[in-house]
Design a protein around this ligand. Structure first.
Ligand SMILES: Nc1ncnc2c1ncn2[C@@H]1O[C@H](COP(=O)(O)OP(=O)(O)OP(=O)(O)O)[C@@H](O)[C@H]1O
Length: 276
């Protein structure tokens, strides 16, 4: 397998008022160009920490990340991030929000008109052409996420990093955005790492699902290849044996192997003797 991105022996220890907290230990992962990888694990296990290290927003305290033969030490446009909350600038329109990112990356290589066309093209890609001159407060949550994705894609990143991008959306909007993301991934062949808590979302979208153990010292517990043909259709997959097997495997990992909640104490069924 050709490797675009490699995490080797990544460890992360945070200094806290109570001492050092080891969040991650020996995280090893190789990702191929064009691969769609989901990170799944219980809340607080360290998914965002992994993503932030790849984004260059955090520096690993052990090991490191190599992207296309270069070590990652700081944020860069070749690794665009989409967060759960859109993070658009409220005083700019959708078009201007995307344009701002495009100018940062392409100021020297594209003319003004080329940059404007590129912004419009990316907004069309996420089906936002009709509302490109509206401000964030004038559009829905799902539309804001679409603009955030357009902004990230417009930077032509080598890797798209998504931290629960659809977590705050209702089920129907979420389904539409998942379908759009699958289309975009098919058209552009972008490499994607996405954090999700949603098992169905992970199976539907991913080539591989990376399952993380609970912290402290969290690491990769299992990696599941999702061998379903693309393009994928959510309705057709509902009865697909591979889909159901993958779903089952992730659920087993999360709720049997990595139980988060301690089992309830067994009820004592011994009758209580009344004292005379
Ligand atoms: N700056 C920090 N200082 C100290 N501890 C931190 C810091 N950032 C994260 N942690 C701890 O590291 C662990 C992993 O956090 P992280 O946010 O990566 O988890 P997560 O899996 O993304 O959680 P969630 O699914 O709830 O978003 C948690 O125990 C968290 O409290």
């Amino acid at each position: 397998m050709k490797t675009l991105l490699e995490l080797s022996n990544v460890g992360m220890a945070f200094d806290t008022p109570k001492g050092t907290f080891e969040a991650l230990r020996e995280v090893n992962l190789k990702i191929a160009p064009g691969e769609f990888v989901s990170l799944i694990g219980h809340s607080g296990c360290g998914k965002s920490t992994v993503l932030n290290i790849v984004a260059g927003l955090l520096q690993a305290t052990d090991g490191g990340v190599i992207l296309d033969r270069h070590e990652v030490n700081e944020p860069g446009p070749e690794r665009a991030v989409v967060f759960q909350n859109h993070s658009l600038l409220p005083w700019l329109t959708a078009f201007e929000n995307v344009e701002l990112a495009v100018k940062q990356v392409f100021r020297k290589s594209k003319s003004k008109q080329e940059m404007r066309d590129w912004v419009a093209h990316n907004l069309e890609l996420v089906h936002m052409a009709h509302a490109m001159h509206k401000k964030p407060e004038e559009i829905s949550g799902g539309m804001k996420q679409r603009v955030g994705i357009a902004r990230a894609l417009a930077m032509q990143p080598q890797v798209l990093l998504m931290d629960e991008p659809f977590g705050a959306l209702d089920a129907l909007t979420r389904a539409h955005l998942q379908d759009s993301l699958m289309d975009i991934h098919r058209q552009l062949g972008t490499t994607v790492i996405m954090i999700t808590h949603d098992v169905d979302e992970a199976v539907l979208l991913s080539d591989r699902i990376v399952m993380m153990t609970n912290g402290p010292a969290a690491t990769i517990g299992e990696i599941l290849p999702v061998e379903l043909p693309r393009p994928r259709d959510r309705l057709a997959l509902a009865d697909h044996p591979t889909y159901n097997r993958c779903r089952q495997r992730v659920l087993q990992f999360l709720y049997e192997k990595q139980r988060k909640v301690a089992p309830l104490p067994r009820r004592d069924t011994t009758p209580v003797r009344r004292q005379a």
